[in-house]
Design a protein around this ligand. Structure first.
Ligand code: 13P
Length: 278
């Protein structure tokens, strides 16, 4: 069933479990993730970036694709369709109008007051449409090549005020992770996660979940993270499987066989991550 993320995240927060957000790029990604989560009987958030939306054709295409897969594949588990890193109020409204159940407005690089004002605007629109809202405070680090440019970890007091001032349903906090697969050792601030968990009434979101060991993901969960976003790990596994397939089968031209060679790799990543709740 399609739902917003409020109930799935508040249930998980109470049990100190994690709901995974997996980014989708196309029909195949959505299908594999839905099938695997349905088999594992676990709720899931399908995150879609604006660039992935553009790639697939638009907000309506994405919504109808996900809605139709849920019907045709008879998916029974709860699914939330979420706009990842929305860059403007307009983009969030467009997603909500298309049928997304959850949106993120990322104004984390803007001054505090502007972040609050824009996010509050989205919250007002979202509430009238039963849609949940995530927003970010603090800023994530960036990987460029093999080097890491550190971000600014979320400040506890700012975060408390931000949640109160905006009325958001989930807060993305910067605690030392980066988007993408960083090969070096990251300095994750588990104490900060614990403090945020104890003092903030809303679920905490960890962006940049790829490249972290299962042990690290479990430590983040135990410290108080409720939602973990995964994108690059799936892309990495899928592309390795497809590259191998093409190398070993240079004469195959059927795109279903080539693209499909990576399906099990997508499912394996999904299963491996979800199993941290066991
Ligand atoms: P990764 O690519 O590091 O998994 O990050 C995904 C993410 O945070 C999407 O919002």
């Amino acid at each position: 069933m399609l739902v917003n993320s409020k109930k799935m995240l508040s249930n998980a927060k109470k049990k100190k479990e994690v709901v995974f957000h997996f980014n989708i790029n196309n029909l195949e990604w959505a299908k594999c993730i839905l099938e695997e989560c349905n088999e594992l009987k676990t709720p899931v958030i399908l995150g879609v970036s604006e660039s992935a939306i553009k790639y697939m054709g638009g907000y309506d295409v994405v919504a109808s694709l996900v809605y139709s897969l849920i019907t045709d594949l008879e998916i029974k588990t709860d699914v939330c369709l979420h706009l990842d890193h929305g860059s403007s109020v307009e983009s969030c409204i467009r997603a909500i109008d298309a049928g997304f159940n959850s949106v993120m407005l990322d104004m984390s690089k803007k001054p505090y007051q502007e972040n609050v004002e824009k996010v509050s605007e989205v919250v007002r629109y979202a509430k009238n449409n039963d849609v949940s809202v995530e927003a970010e405070i603090g800023s994530m680090g960036q990987i460029s090549g093999d080097s890491l440019q550190l971000g600014t970890n979320t400040n506890l007091e700012d975060c408390k005020n931000f949640v109160k001032d905006t009325g958001i349903d989930a807060v993305a906090a910067s605690v030392g992770t980066v988007h993408g697969i960083y090969k070096g050792k990251l300095n994750i601030d588990y104490k900060l996660i614990e403090n945020l968990y104890n003092e903030i009434d809303k679920p905490l979101v960890l962006h940049g979940g790829s490249g972290l060991s299962i042990e690290t993901l479990k430590k983040c969960k135990e410290a108080g993270i409720t939602k973990i976003n995964i994108n690059s790990d799936i892309q990495d596994s899928w592309s390795k499987a497809v590259r191998n397939f093409i190398k070993e089968n240079p004469d195959v031209i059927d795109p279903r066989k080539i693209i499909g060679a990576g399906f099990q790799a997508i499912k394996d990543v999904v299963r491996e991550k979800i199993n941290i709740n066991k």
